[in-house]
Write a protein that binds this ligand. Structure first.
Ligand code: ZN
Length: 426
């Protein structure tokens, strides 16, 4: 994920733009693009499972700071009144538990460090089910998903290839430690069966609702400042981001049902023309947990429902504790400084300085604790040189410094973090 992608159209597709709020206006439901109609009765299993204090603490402290949910969730004395649609008379009432001691238990498919069975001889991660989600698609799709750049004749840098490489390094090591590991994507191909052509009509509808009744068909490459206003770009991002992540969520939630998902990414700074990319000095690390929903995002019935499922499943406690531990081991291993978010769509989480809360589709849709990793600026001078050096044993001199392979360093820092976190199990 890049800072430069926090543009109007990205916001549109992730559901944080004003443009998309107009979509489905007047319809019974207000869903984000490709959003699934919420089945509100599913929240009934959370009746009396949370006290009012805990609900308010998570709502105001993690998911909807700054009163972002004021229009859609009213916290009353013994219950919360949650709007189900645009019609304020259609609401779901969530009853609070009177006390922590009398609250009803939550049925969950995932284990925390505290609920995992005792360690078995197979290793310190025995019984832990981890899903690794290599970010993006890579391969022949890397240019389309704008996760591709090339310096001169050097091999191109493709984020989706590198995240898969790191996942394939981490997986056997975690298996050796006793974990059950699965990859959400295991090749350089999309998980979704859909393709950009499937989204022609939806792309036009999105642009029309945004005031572009006769949008451009094509755009002039990734550096085109008007690309978001073209049908071509819209249908591609609906494919490689929206549809792709929704299909990964189906795999995670229906098939894998892990205890935790690690979303593996490499970060970048704006690089301009991908065939003549800008290389920068900046290099940094941050990790993301789910949270910090914006009022415009909470207006979508599906996003509001999904936020509440996360809040009520209490995934945050496990998610933030694991993320902070991973932040510490990754910072130690990589020696990277913390990234400072300047956009208003993220809020600091935890105390390490490396962790932010943000409403990303993956962290919202995967129904278990999710850690989203963003180490390394791919187009920094240093990281670019390390990527070009590839994978190797031991250390090599890179720009005057002895460095281990960037892929091994990434994998090591993740394995170290998981070992550190799960050593606290019974
Ligand atoms: Zn990424």
């Amino acid at each position: 994920m890049f800072a430069r992608f926090r543009t109007r159209a990205t916001a549109l597709l992730l559901g944080s733009g004003s443009l998309v709020c107009a979509i489905n206006a007047g319809a019974a439901e207000n869903l984000s693009p490709l959003g699934v109609s919420p089945d509100w009765i599913k929240l009934a299993r959370y009746q009396e499972t949370i006290t009012r204090d805990d609900f308010i603490r998570l709502l105001n402290g993690v998911y909807c700071p700054g009163n972002a949910a004021a229009e859609v969730i009213k916290t009353e004395a013994t219950s919360a009144r949650i709007r189900k649609s645009k019609d304020p008379e259609k609401f779901f009432r969530l009853r609070f538990a009177k006390t922590e001691a009398t609250r009803k238990p939550i049925g969950r498919s995932w284990m925390t460090v505290a609920t995992l069975p005792p360690r078995k001889p197979s290793g310190p991660l025995s019984d832990l089910r981890i899903a690794l989600d290599p970010g993006h698609i890579g391969g022949a799709w890397a240019k389309m998903e704008e996760r591709w750049f090339q310096v001169g004749d050097a091999p191109p840098v493709q984020e989706g290839d590198m995240t898969l490489h790191v996942a394939q390094m981490i997986a056997p090591r975690l298996q050796q430690l006793g974990a059950k590991v699965s990859l959400v994507r295991d090749k350089l191909e999309p998980v979704t069966p859909q393709r950009p052509d499937d989204f022609e009509q939806l792309a036009k509808k999105i642009l029309k609702k945004g005031g572009l009744a006769q949008p451009r068909e094509d755009f002039d490459g990734p550096a085109d400042p008007q690309k978001e206003q073209s049908v071509h770009w819209q249908r591609e991002i609906l494919f490689y981001r929206n549809s792709e992540i929704r299909h990964r969520a189906e795999i995670v939630n229906r098939r894998l049902r892990p205890d935790v998902v690690l979303c593996l990414h490499f970060n970048a700074e704006a690089w301009g023309d991908p065939t003549k990319p800008t290389l920068v000095d900046k290099n940094h690390l941050h990790l993301l947990v789910n949270g910090r929903y914006l009022p415009a995002e909470l207006e979508f019935d599906d996003e509001r429902f999904e936020m509440l499922q996360r809040l009520l499943s209490r995934s945050h406690l496990e998610e933030i504790a694991l993320t902070e531990t991973l932040a510490a081991t990754m910072a130690k291993k990589t020696q990277l400084p913390a990234y400072e978010y300047i956009a208003g769509n993220a809020a600091k989480g935890g105390t390490s300085g490396y962790v932010y809360a943000r409403n990303l589709m993956a962290t919202r849709l995967y129904k278990c604790p999710v850690v989203y990793l963003e180490p390394y600026v791919m187009n920094s001078q240093e990281v670019f040189a390390r990527i070009q050096a590839g994978d190797y044993d031991g250390t090599r001199n890179i720009n005057g410094q002895e460095r281990s392979s960037i892929f091994r360093e990434y994998a090591d820092s993740v394995v170290d973090g998981l070992l550190e976190y799960y050593k606290a199990r019974q």
